[in-house]
Design a binder for this molecule. Sequence first.
Ligand code: IPE
Ligand code: IPE
Ligand code: MG
Length: 249
Amino acid sequence: MGEDSNQGSLPRHIAIIMDGNGRWARARLLPRYVGHREGVKSVRRVVEACLEKKIKALTLFAFSSENWRRPGEEVSLIMDLFVHALKKEVVALNRNGVRLRFIGDRTAFSDNLCALIAAAEEETRGNSDLELVIAANYGGQWDITRAVQLLAGRLATGELQPQDVTPEVLAAEICMADLPPPDLFIRTGGEQRISNFLLWQLAYTELYFTDVLWPAFDGHKLDEALLWYANRQRRFGRTGEQVEQQKGA
Ligand code: IPE
Ligand code: IPE
Ligand code: MG
């Protein structure tokens, strides 16, 4: 099967905007925080499903660079939840062959959270069954800006000339350069927007939107998304006939 034909295949890399925690809780007359807490259970379910299906990489949007605009109390409860989840989950993730890493600007996090993140990354570094990437204080514009800053530094020293700056050279500085770009993007919670998630990496990703709120997302809902994905024809600029021909070749 050619790399562009998709029929029946599983994504190598799934990226998810886990949205709808607050609405899930409010619908039950519960504080928004309870929705975030329930959302952690959905993370566990989806990670287990990805391990079972041997999906190589899963990137989860946990906190955007814009989420600091929320009430201080909600932000601080989300940070507490990160700390709690890291303390609780890393041993099992490690045992299950998951490599955990974080993308985003972690300088804004507490020393305690930074230390837990660093320890979790170190502890799971040797694993390769599933690459689990948590986007926390992440923004797609931040990611691209940071990559441009790195290139600008190399331009300033003369190591790089302006004409050397190609999409490939820039891509090498973007977060997750060592992973295949996401094949499938999922956003729960009904909104159809990217909200400054992976801007560069989603260039050719299949985009799937569902009204299901994140705390209600589970293995069956993931299967629905995977079935939808398996029926997409990925053309990467070519014609549908070309893709069919390549598949037959
Ligand atoms: C997503 O759920 C979780 C975070 C942004 C941290 P929301 O908290 O955005 O839930 P809704 O969109 O308000 O329902
Ligand atoms: C996006 O959800 C960020 C995360 C899920 C972490 P939001 O709920 O913050 O997105 P907007 O602000 O509604 O676009
Ligand atoms: Mg939301």
